[in-house]
Design a protein around this ligand. Structure first.
Ligand code: SF4
Ligand code: SF4
Length: 105
């Protein structure tokens, strides 16, 4: 089990209060607001933490680079993917790669 899988397991055992606290912590660490892809619409809608929450909801439609690999959340959670705002959460991308292979990107 890698770091991300362990984290997903730990999350399942959390109370709602603990989960809220963890999400708040990760929101405050998220690099997305500093990323060129994070546009005005996403900022106004306070969209963040795409690696956990999944794709942007109708805001981000164009990739202009991704700074996820330099994000402290990526290190803490053991993320292997990026461009979560357009390609989906780490969990979804891992699932798709398992189904279709890692070349699909
Ligand atoms: S890894 Fe990317 S999406 Fe996840 S918190 Fe960091 S910058 Fe945001
Ligand atoms: S997920 Fe990556 S590409 Fe999207 S806004 Fe965050 S840092 Fe930028």
């Amino acid at each position: 089990m890698d770091k991300f899988e362990q984290m997903m397991k730990d999350i399942k055992g959390m109370s709602p209060a603990e989960l809220n606290k963890a999400v708040e912590k990760f929101n405050s660490m998220c690099n997305c607001p500093k990323c060129p892809t994070h546009n005005k619409c996403a900022k106004n809608a306070k969209e963040l933490l795409f690696c956990i929450n999944g794709k942007s909801f109708m805001c981000i439609t164009e990739e202009k680079g991704c700074i996820c690999p330099a994000c402290p959340v990526a290190a803490e959670c053991g993320l292997k993917n990026k461009f979560f705002c357009m390609k989906g959460a780490e969990k979804s991308q891992r699932y798709e790669h398992a189904l279709w292979g890692t070349k699909m990107a």
